[in-house]
Design a protein around this ligand. Structure first.
Ligand code: C5P
Length: 240
């Protein structure tokens, strides 16, 4: 099992115990790539990261930083010391802020270890045309804004963006093939969509060029989470 082909599991659990129970279902030698978001991190702090890392799993720390460049630099320096594999910022913070984030990760990484991948959120999928026009006062289409932010992210030297699978081709055309597109909103054919409106199967996401997929509830809420993970793993890898 090669590392880059693991679907990321969104560990959207409210407590440390719930997360621990979930991870305990997997065989010890199954090294996962998990996404830890704000809820778990704000509730439990860095011990979540050290626990998950102690089991040998890889971590995408999804905290979406957005602040002045100096604050983001200093925060990223701290996050890099935790040894996460990937983290993110909001592209709306600007090129200078994104570069500061990258510098912080570089400066905080323990010597000899790899600098974490850094990706940006362009527009949240909850941002409608109305929100874009009225709240943000951006007078373009959501899609144009996404592509614009992706270009600024590439210009800042970041590794990629979080995007919907539907936008991957557009983003890669505007940046480069190597520019990472990490895509949530993944469901197995016939699976429950939950609150996700536009979904893709792992196979479709792979074919369309997604580099990483993030899957939460189809695995975490499954009757047999380990089996669900293997099914998605298989679908994601069989597509090529
Ligand atoms: O449970 P589900 O598979 O829908 O979870 C997907 C994960 O990806 C959640 O952690 C969710 O917050 C995140 N996400 C998303 N859509 C985005 C950005 C992030 O579903 N546009």
């Amino acid at each position: 099992m090669t590392q880059e082909k693991r679907p990321l599991i969104a560990l959207d659990f409210p407590t440390f115990e719930a997360m621990k129970d979930f991870l305990g279902k997997f065989p010890e030698d199954e090294k996962l790539f998990v996404k830890i978001g704000m809820e778990l991190y704000y509730a439990q702090g860095p011990r979540v990261i050290s626990y998950v890392k102690s089991l040998g799993h890889s971590v995408f720390l999804d905290l979406k930083l957005h602040d002045i460049p100096n604050t983001v630099y200093r925060s990223m320096r701290v996050l890099a010391q935790m040894g996460v594999e990937m983290t993110n910022v909001h592209a709306a913070g600007g090129v200078e802020m994104m570069q500061a984030a990258k510098d912080g990760l570089r400066d905080g990484t323990v010597k000899g270890k790899e600098v974490p991948l850094l990706i940006a959120v362009t527009q949240l999928t909850s941002t409608s045309q109305e929100i874009l026009n009225e709240d943000q006062n951006i007078q373009t289409s959501v899609q144009d804004s996404v592509v614009h932010y992706a270009k600024r992210t590439a210009l800042a030297g970041l590794d990629g963006v979080v995007s919907s699978a539907q936008e991957v081709a557009l983003i890669k055309n505007a940046t480069s093939k190597a520019f990472i597109c990490l895509t949530p909103g993944i469901r197995m054919a016939g699976g429950d969509h939950g609150d996700q409106k536009r979904v893709m199967t792992p196979q479709e996401a792979r074919k369309i060029g997604s580099d990483y997929i993030v899957v939460g509830r189809p695995i975490t809420q499954a009757k047999d989470p380990v089996d669900a993970y293997y099914q998605i793993y298989k679908a994601w890898n069989e597509a090529i």
